[in-house]
Design a protein around this ligand. Structure first.
Ligand SMILES: Cc1cc2nc3c(=O)[nH]c(=O)nc-3n(C[C@H](O)[C@H](O)[C@H](O)COP(=O)(O)O)c2cc1C
Length: 265
């Protein structure tokens, strides 16, 4: 999807975790690296852009239950912005946003996708939106301690953040024994994708040379925009898994509740 994927992101898929309590800010070098990454994505991608706000005086994050879930300890964040004129904007924002998150993880920077617990008004003040643009999500950027504090631990337990659904319950089509390596690897990488509330709202359909992703979960229509963002994230993971096994391919967008199909070349 126009963004050049890096093998290091496949490794980052396995080590990334959402972090919400930060102990130090980005270094100048890290800000520069991530700014450069934003420029690369923004010139390659269509319908979305990423803006990094460094050292903001205004805190844009709000808490769910007081300190539980509140993002704290950093003043830097990135906003994932979509343009409503662009078809499949949410999927594109999920895909490009996750590229940013994995680039950060590879550089040793901690992040957390945040689609709910932030002040839209404050972010809008800091990020100048153009006509037709909306903020799909944001992420804090910084460094967290290796060990989790009480608030982070409680939230992760409430969300079941360490758990993922069983792959076979989310996959139709070719059974596990009949899947080629690239396909199995791509499905396993997609299974690790982060999603809002860890709801994992996707279903995969695997054939010999393609894998399709659809929106799934309780009342497909409910929270559809958010689920499409989640599916965009899983799309990047699917593609990284396929490429890790040297399978190149292309994405084709589909009509909802189907989202897109990755066709191996
Ligand atoms: C699109 C999206 C939106 C999210 N929104 C929030 C949020 O508003 N607040 C929050 O604390 N975590 C949020 N998360 C983080 C998820 O809770 C987290 O990814 C999930 O529990 C899995 O945990 P992990 O990222 O550590 O693997 C969001 C994640 C995604 C992908």
């Amino acid at each position: 999807m126009m963004i050049e994927l890096r093998e290091a992101w496949y490794e980052a898929v396995h080590k990334r975790k959402s972090r919400r309590s930060f102990t130090s800010e980005l270094t100048e070098k890290e800000v520069q690296q991530m700014q450069e990454f934003c420029s690369t994505v923004n010139s390659a991608a269509e319908g979305i852009r990423i803006v990094l706000v460094d050292n903001s005086d205004i805190s844009v994050f709000t808490g769910a239950l007081g300190p539980i879930g509140k993002i704290q300890g950093t003043r830097s964040f990135a906003a994932f912005i979509g343009n409503t004129d662009s078809a499949h904007m949410y999927e594109k924002a999920g895909y490009a946003g996750e590229a940013f998150i994995l680039e950060a993880a590879d550089a040793g920077i901690d992040t957390c996708w945040v689609a709910g617990l932030f002040s839209m008004e404050k972010v809008k003040d800091l990020v100048k939106l153009e006509q037709g643009e909306v903020i799909c999500a944001v992420t804090p950027l910084g460094h967290a301690k290796a060990s989790y504090g009480l608030g982070e631990r409680l939230l992760c337990r409430m969300l079941g953040s360490r758990k993922r659904k069983d792959l076979e319950s989310m996959c139709r089509g070719l059974s596990m024994e009949r899947r080629p390596d690239w396909l199995q690897c791509s499905l396993e990488a997609a299974r690790l994708a982060p999603s809002a509330m860890n709801r994992q709202p996707w279903m995969f359909h695997a054939t010999d040379d393609a894998v399709m992703i659809s929106v799934a979960g309780e009342g497909e229509i409910k929270h559809l925009e958010g689920k499409r963002l989640d599916c965009g994230i899983a799309m990047l993971h699917l593609e990284l898994g396929a490429r890790h096994k040297k399978a190149e391919g292309n994405w084709k967008f589909l009509e909802l509740p189907e989202v897109a199909i990755f066709e191996k070349l």
